[in-house]
Design a protein around this ligand. Structure first.
Ligand code: A4P
Ligand code: MG
Length: 209
């Protein structure tokens, strides 16, 4: 079993519902357990002229091989009506493998860690809800450093309308919560205002669990 983090994104056809369906489908993958889901976040598209995106991160424990998992993720994207007319085009569902255990993967169909992870607040902040703050990527970079270099700007963390009080209606990782607090105390020093707002809401949600 390896811990895998999946970035989820949608900006068409009720994005939050698309992500919820994707989470359900991830939970049904063979040889795989859904270990946690972050809150949902909204942000503008990196390409202008598209609807806003909703993004989140899911944690999986899986014994699938990397390309098997990629095939399974693309099947879920297709099931949810994904059309690939243009690169970075609007989409019902995008599932990216962000991290795969401690593997560095450089194959024609699959690059891990995901190539733009460091530039994307909509990936790093939901990832930080699930992963330990001292997580080291397979290429040696530390999640904490990536967060410090990528301010929480332009992101809106959506309130969670959950059936249970502990996350997206699904099992959350309890362990990393303490580490998340430590992480963001460090971040406060560098980026006072915006980060502080985020810390307040994150701690608040952890305390209700
Ligand atoms: N591929 C290689 N590595 C991976 C990986 N780690 N995970 C290959 C998944 N796939 C990977 O992907 C193209 C090919 O990348 C796949 O066939 C696979 O073999 P795709 O999903 O068909 O195309 P894409 O998503 O348009 O391209 P790309 O480069 O993955 O785009 P991104 O990075 O997904 O960016 N703005 C906001 N706010 N939120 C977003 O989520 N996303 C994009 C698209 C632009 N702007 C955004 C967002
Ligand atoms: Mg993609």
């Amino acid at each position: 079993m390896e811990r895998i983090y999946i970035g989820m994104g949608s900006n068409l056809a009720d994005p939050a519902e698309q992500l919820r369906s994707a989470v359900e489908a991830l939970g049904q993958l063979p040889q795989t357990t859904l270990a946690g889901v972050s809150a949902f976040y909204q942000s503008d598209s990196l390409l202008p002229g598209q609807p806003r995106y909703t993004n989140a991160v899911a944690a999986l424990d899986s014994s699938l091989a990397p390309l098997q998992l990629l095939d399974a993720l693309q099947a879920i994207e297709n099931d949810q009506g994904r059309e690939r007319a243009e690169r970075w085009g609007p989409r019902t569902l995008d599932l990216d493998i962000l991290l795969f255990g401690d593997r560095l993967i450089d194959e024609p169909r699959l690059k891990v860690p995901h190539y733009q992870i460091q530039e994307r607040a909509f990936v790093l902040y939901p990832l930080a809800e699930l992963a330990p703050a001292d997580l080291r990527l397979a290429d040696g970079r530390c999640l904490k450093d990536l967060l410090l270099a990528c301010p929480f700007v332009g992101l809106e963390r959506l309130p969670q309308i959950d059936k249970d009080p502990c996350g997206s209606g699904l099992a959350r990782d309890g362990g990393p919560s303490v580490n998340i607090d430590v992480e963001f105390e460090v971040a406060i020093a560098g980026k006072p205002a915006l980060t502080m707002v985020y810390v307040a809401s994150l701690i608040c949600s952890i305390k209700t669990c």
